[in-house]
Ligand binder design. Sequence first.
Ligand SMILES: C[S@@+](CC[C@H](N)C(=O)[O-])C[C@H]1O[C@@H](n2cnc3c(N)ncnc32)[C@H](O)[C@@H]1O
Length: 279
Amino acid sequence: MTIAYDPPALDGETLDALLYDHLSEWGPSDQFYLDLVMAAESVLDVGCGTGTILRRARAEGHAGRRVGLDPDPAMLGQAQESDAAEWVRAPASAAAWDAEFDLAIMSGNAFQCLLDDAETVASLTAVRRALTDGGRFVFDTRNPAVKAWRTWTSAEPYRFTDPLGEPMSVVQEAGEPDGEGVVRLDAYFSASYWDEPLKASCGLRFPAPEHLDRLLKAAGLAVEERFGSFTGAAFDPAASGSLITVATPLGRNGLRPRAGAGGGAGEVPSRRSNHPRHP
Ligand SMILES: C[S@@+](CC[C@H](N)C(=O)[O-])C[C@H]1O[C@@H](n2cnc3c(N)ncnc32)[C@H](O)[C@@H]1O
């Protein structure tokens, strides 16, 4: 169900979600995922948000099955304005499909919304189950070694015009990672709608690559390819901003059902990289 953009009536997180597309542009990471989607028969977009990638895929003639999954009613409500895909409101851990998709994606750093090992392994296990044996799960996270959160606290407000034509600004404050590697990010929106800034908070986890590999293995997935940028550069543990992973299901014997690289993960960086709230 669509939630109306009515700032005085919204909490900060809902406002933030309803501004998501307004503050985002199509970028190289979207194109990277779109290319993968266009080459796949059946696609599960995990944490699909407003459904941007699946909507574009349908507009560009993708003829197979498209399913978008997201737990956030404000994000998914925007996706549901389109019939470009089947839209399911649920977290990744509740994905209930069995060997139905040859591609699952988790774009825009949505994977970082999985805030602890238990939720991450449950989510990965559900995604693995949804994949065919030869299927692939492609997702991006940010490399903790680069400490991107240290650039997220605003020096100046980011000013923009909201969907109703009102001047609005936002400032951000990011903390340091806690014991689980979770960074808290608070945003404060200001506009004539409110006497005080409206606060929106979220947590983003920064798993290290070795940690990520252990979580994937625990869920029956193995790393097939890894990139450090959406241009397809190799992952550099010390310098790459992004950690882009292509994972495949392990067979019942713990071995990969097929050998070699999957290909297809060519060009990629992120529309979300210039999003002031999803940097
Ligand atoms: C930064 S947005 C990215 C949205 C979209 N993938 C994109 O590229 O535009 C992160 C999304 O992850 C979703 N999310 C949060 N927790 C989740 C979970 N446990 N399972 C699946 N998605 C989740 C949020 O609701 C949000 O829509």
